[in-house]
Design a protein around this ligand. Structure first.
Ligand code: NI
Length: 176
């Protein structure tokens, strides 16, 4: 059990591009230990997903999954998924706006537009190739986490800065 501190926005590591994990290394003790730490940290923070750079590790690894979330009651649950070297392909031009938060910006939320339908591919923690089609919250979480691997935090994706602020002060009905 190793809960790691989550870096906060402003830390230069969060702006870096992470590097792919070699297939031969996926089952290595080093990578497996990173995955374990990410799971422990995600569990502790009670979020929907986490990316390795958030705990200061510049490798292309994300983890996501959730039961029915209080915040997103309409969303169906997604099993806890480890995705190494993710590649994301939008499957339509349709975009959704929704409020996002991030462990790196505690207390803040912003309205972010993302493709509604995607396919994501990569490798799970056993080194097996996976390819999954996702929509809605599922697609959003994967895209949010994959953005971390390119040094992108969600404020960079906010089109109207009016829709960015502290979660206890925002008017969630407003959309532009
Ligand atoms: Ni995040």
């Amino acid at each position: 059990m190793a809960i790691k501190p989550v870096l906060k926005m402003g830390n230069p590591l969060l702006n870096q591009i992470a590097t792919p994990v070699a297939i031969a290394d996926m089952l290595s003790p080093e990578i497996q230990s990173i995955i374990k730490d990410m799971k422990d940290t995600l569990d502790d923070q009670q979020g929907l997903g986490i990316a390795a750079p958030q705990i200061g590790i510049l490798k292309n690894i994300i983890i996501f999954g959730y039961e029915n979330s209080l915040r997103y009651q309409e969303a169906t649950s997604v099993p806890l998924t480890v995705l190494i070297n993710p590649v994301i392909t939008p499957l339509s031009e349709e975009m959704d706006d929704a409020w996002e938060g991030c462990f790196c910006l505690p207390g803040l939320r912003g309205l972010v537009s993302r493709p509604t339908y995607i396919r994501y591919e990569g490798y799970n923690e056993k080194g097996a190739f996976i390819s999954v089609e996702a929509k809605g919250l599922h697609a959003r979480v994967v895209q949010h986490e994959a953005d971390h691997l390119n040094g992108i935090l969600f404020p960079k994706r906010i089109k109207n800065i009016q829709y960015f602020g502290f979660e206890d002060s925002l008017d969630y009905q407003m959309k532009g």
